[in-house]
Design a protein around this ligand. Structure first.
Ligand code: GDP
Ligand code: MN
Length: 377
């Protein structure tokens, strides 16, 4: 899950990081009020889940509250980088003396959380890496370790330009590393980390946390819930995983591996998935009914494939769920079912008597995909 900038900055404040005061505004009048309250110049930033806002005109320096009002009026409700701007962040503007980059990234090879730093920011970090790899400092940190500030000072000193407060930078990096570790971050990027008259400041941040760690991050639960679509929320209540995609074939499988294989086989046959729902274990009539209703909902879905490797799950229950769902689902769209497992014969017999359902009696997913391809044309 990507934590939105404003909320991420709130979390980082808890680590003593220096972050300008900011207020979220939903309309130009609120931006005016916020700027007046903060006093002095502000930046008005479009709050959208995308980077590169500065270049696209989504970050505006506003000397007066009236400028903030106008900037908010220009941004709110407008499209920017594929999103509609629904809110802006009105934040104290700190004069920038030097832009730097600090990243905390998981190292999948070592299982540690590494530091990546560039003392010369103001450029895209990817571009800089391309042009001059030596401008980027990379420190591998042992898994589970905290980095002592002295080690960072020694690491930074040879690269630091005259006048840079290496001690402050080292302490900032310690805090960022700690925050990333505590929050189960997969990525924490500060760009720019700026030298300002108010000290070293976090002016922008990108924080992505590992959803698999959410059970030990109770304070992130409301943010996670808010990040889900209505369908994802219902899937969660059902105890299944649901992934929306952009094709037009709805997919249910019992297991993520079987799911990915099914998506690949659909692709190979020129079809593409509208979504993918993984039942996991514990298949029941009610679960399958709700699951099938859910995956058929998105507009444009032309048909469905249900690919269950049931094992000891009772597949007759699954079949009953499919039949029950199809009583409600607007008809005409084919549903191809490939079910293997306990009670498979009973399940096949029931489904073969159900209109719109096509049963594949076999283990080959290819056969089910082929059947569906013929039916949807
Ligand atoms: P991004 O383009 O989406 O990454 O958005 P940023 O928040 O990084 O803002 C883009 C640029 O706006 C930054 O690289 C800075 O140059 C500038 N900027 C952001 N905040 C401030 C600020 O408080 N003061 C000043 N002077 N410039 C800022
Ligand atoms: Mn940025």
């Amino acid at each position: 899950m990507i934590i939105p900038e404003y909320e991420a900055k709130m979390l980082l404040r808890g680590y003593g990081l220096n972050i300008p005061q900011g207020v979220v505004a939903h309309e130009p009048g609120q931006a005016f009020q916020a700027a007046a309250g903060l006093g002095g110049p502000v930046v008005v930033k479009a709050l959208i889940p995308a980077g590169g806002r500065g270049k696209a005109g989504g970050v505006r320096l506003c000397p007066t509250p009236e400028d903030a009002r106008q900037a908010a009026a220009a941004l709110l409700g407008q499209p920017l980088l594929g999103h509609t701007v629904e809110k802006v962040l009105v934040e104290q503007a700190f004069p920038i003396q030097r832009e730097m980059y600090a990243g905390v990234v998981t190292n999948t090879a070592s299982a540690g959380i590494d530091l990546v730093v560039s003392l010369n920011g103001g450029v895209e970090i990817e571009q800089l890496a391309h042009q001059d790899g030596s401008a980027i400092l990379h420190m591998e940190v042992e898994p589970g370790a905290q980095i002592p500030a002295y080690r960072l000072r020694a690491w930074l000193a040879p690269a630091a330009p005259a006048g840079l407060d290496v001690d402050a930078l080292a302490h900032t990096l310690v805090s960022l590393h700690q925050a990333a570790a505590d929050l189960d971050a997969m990525l924490l990027e500060i760009n720019p980390l700026a030298v300002t008259p108010h000290g070293l400041a976090v002016l922008d941040c990108k924080l992505e946390v590992d959803d698999n760690g959410l059970m030990r991050q109770p304070e992130l639960a409301p943010l996670y819930a808010a990040s889900l679509s209505e369908r994802e929320r219902r899937a969660r209540a059902l105890g299944v995983s649901y992934v929306p995609l952009d094709g037009d074939i709805a997919v249910i499988t019992s297991g993520a591996g079987l799911g990915m294989a099914t998506l690949d086989l659909l692709k190979r046959r020129g079809l593409s998935a509208a979504n993918f729902l993984d039942t996991g274990g514990g298949i029941s009539e009610g679960m399958l009914k709700s699951a099938l209703e859910l995956i058929m909902e998105p507009p444009g879905v032309r048909g469905a494939i249900i690919n269950l490797y049931g094992g000891i799950n009772r597949m007759l229950e699954a079949a009953k769920g499919i039949v029950a769902a199809l009583e409600h689902i607007p008809g005409g769209r084919p549903v191809v079912v490939k079910i293997i497992g306990n009670q498979q014969e009973e399940a096949w017999a029931m489904l073969e008597q159900t209109g719109g359902v096509h049963v594949i009696r076999g283990v080959q997913t290819e056969a089910a995909v082929e059947k569906l391809a013929e039916l949807v044309g």
